[in-house]
Design a protein around this ligand. Structure first.
Ligand code: PGA
Length: 252
């Protein structure tokens, strides 16, 4: 791993109540007692954020949201704004997760608007990109197209506030992890895209995570790759023990 500040993020998706969130946090926080130089983040459902934010005040565990509306407020039934997330103590927001893109029709225009709204609100976006199995042979084209559209209008200094997560859709929740070599290869393609469209310093500075069936058993070999700066974890982040083991794998 490089000088970039690693991030281990747990996306809980549609799992856990506020009470279950509290139980997780109480079990998980002691595991971070000696963790330095790694940022650790949980991303619970909206209904758990307020409770989590109160428990996490002053703690070395960050809080994020799974999605956000791009408007500041208004008649958008069911939607959640940046101001609401900040009031709960969130510092990060996922943007363009493949489940949002596929199941909730967040296309690249919407993803770009959300990304800008997150940045305008002084929150930190984690922009997710990735290809399906049938697109894998053309992974560079797919990811370049997503990044071109999603990052439209973002200048170099703003780019530094974005974390990118490469998540091959065929590896999400399937138990099929990309091998460390495949993950490294695609993430290096993303870094080359940043060199071409911004500059070398931006490419070296930007943090890029891998996501897709990250588990305690494969975390260390994935994180040992030179271009992988952390993990976006789904299923294994729901249990304090396994999420803690992934954090441990990155430290060692
Ligand atoms: P998974 O999910 O670890 O359960 O594959 C990853 C994600 O969707 O972020």
């Amino acid at each position: 791993m490089t000088m970039r500040h690693p991030l281990i993020a747990g996306n809980w998706k549609m799992h856990k109540t506020p009470q279950e969130t509290e139980e997780f946090i109480v079990k998980f926080l002691p595991k971070l007692a000696n963790v330095e130089a790694i940022e650790v983040l949980i991303i619970p459902p909206f209904t758990c954020l307020d409770r989590a934010g109160k428990l996490l005040q002053g703690q070395p565990l960050q809080l994020g949201a799974q999605d956000m509306h791009y408007e500041e407020e208004g008649a958008f039934t069911g939607a959640i704004s940046a101001r609401m997330l900040k009031a709960c103590g969130c510092s990060y927001v996922l943007v363009g997760h493949s489940e949002r893109r596929e199941l909730f029709h967040d296309d690249d225009t919407i993803v770009a608007r959300k990304l800008n709204a997150v940045l305008d609100a002084d929150l930190m976006p984690i922009l997710c990109v990735g290809e399906t199995l049938s697109e894998h042979d053309l992974v560079e084209e797919k990811i370049s197209r997503q990044l071109t559209e999603d990052l439209a209008g973002i200048d170099g200094s703003t780019l530094a506030r974005i974390t990118i997560a490469y998540e091959p859709i065929w590896a999400i929740g399937t138990g099929k992890t990309a091998t460390p070599e495949v993950a490294q290869e695609t993430i290096s393609i993303i870094r080359r895209f940043i060199v071409t469209n911004y500059d070398e310093a931006s490419a070296q500075g930007i943090r890029i995570l891998y996501g897709g069936s990250v588990k305690p058993a494969n975390a260390a070999s994935l994180m040992a790759q030179p271009d992988i700066d952390g993990a976006l974890v789904g299923g294994a982040a729901l249990v304090a023990e396994s999420f803690g083991q992934i954090v441990d794998a990155v430290r060692s």
